[in-house]
Design a protein around this ligand. Structure first.
Ligand code: HH2
Length: 273
């Protein structure tokens, strides 16, 4: 097995990770890729727009979402992963059997919103494959996480958690240079928590690993516009949030609207450099 380079060499800063949700309500493609699964077509369109990698997920982690079985998740993602053979793919899963299948089909990164706490076998699967992994912070679990999020200091708490999970991953045989970290925007956090995490992102980059941030369409972006019941945010709000995160050190930006993010980040990068 050829050892993968450090994740920060494999993905330039900033990189856009396109979100490909293979959930029952996925919408249809635009006809360009008529013979592919709609989600596969969507992924190719994202890569054509400049996504560095596409993140394929078969289970919703939205607040209140109910879990699906590993078999069901595999059934959903398998045709999409097969259709993307040879392309840069990440698998958004917490389950070892789903990750194993995805890695066999060529995925290079496992994006685990539980940071290797959800399935005791997942760390071994990542280590054995020499894959990249994203470890994300979440308080509680998707079903209940937005009920009453509480922290002493959200940034210090998230930082301590990510430091501990990074050590856990390394102890399980995953190369430190293959790990990126994510504050988990919207996962057991209020709008204030989310914006404070972005404002003080520099404290997380101090951990020495690339930081992935997923703000795209999240409800805090709708709430800041004055709708306390918002469940999503607009593309414009998402792009602004991604640029703000990039300027504070984010490495990979997870986004649904890839073209807009790629264009905005290209400009932001030209200004920073
Ligand atoms: N957010 C979502 C899902 N996976 N993974 C990482 N690393 N970071 C995130 O912020 C993140 C994530 C939720 O967004 P989305 O994919 O749009 O929704 P759903 O989980 O319902 O498919």
């Amino acid at each position: 097995m050829i050892r993968k380079p450090p994740i920060e060499e494999r993905f330039a800063r900033p990189s856009v990770m396109g979100v490909v949700n293979v959930t029952p309500d996925s919408f249809s493609g635009d006809g360009l890729y008529l013979y592919l699964e709609p989600a596969t077509a969507e992924a190719y369109a994202m890569l054509a727009c400049g996504a560095a990698i596409v993140d394929v997920g078969g289970e919703s982690t939205r607040p209140g979402a109910t879990p699906v079985t590993a078999d069901e998740e595999r059934r959903r993602v398998e045709p999409v992963l097969a259709g993307l053979a040879g392309e840069p793919v990440s698998i958004d899963t917490s389950k070892a059997p789903v990750a194993r299948l995805a890695l066999e089909l060529g995925a290079e990164l496992v994006n685990d919103v539980t940071a290797l706490r959800g399935d005791p076998d997942l760390a071994g699967v990542v280590a054995d494959a020499g894959a990249y992994v994203c470890l994300m912070h979440m308080q509680g679990e998707p079903r209940t996480m937005q009920a009453q999020p509480r922290y002493d200091d959200v940034v210090s708490d998230v930082k301590a958690f990510l430091e501990e999970r990074l050590a856990f991953a390394v102890a399980a045989g995953i190369a430190e240079e293959h790990v990126c970290l994510d504050p988990g925007i919207g996962f057991g956090k209020t709008m204030e928590h989310n914006f404070e995490l972005v404002r003080r992102l520099g404290e997380l980059t101090d951990l020495g690993r690339p930081i992935l941030v997923g703000l795209s369409r999240k409800s805090s972006l709708g709430k800041i516009m004055g709708d306390p019941d918002a469940t999503t945010g607009t593309t414009a709000a998402s792009v602004a949030a991604a640029v703000a995160a990039y300027e504070r050190g984010a490495w990979i930006l997870r986004a649904h609207d890839v073209r807009e993010h790629v264009e905005a980040l290209r400009v932001a990068q030209a200004v920073v450099n």
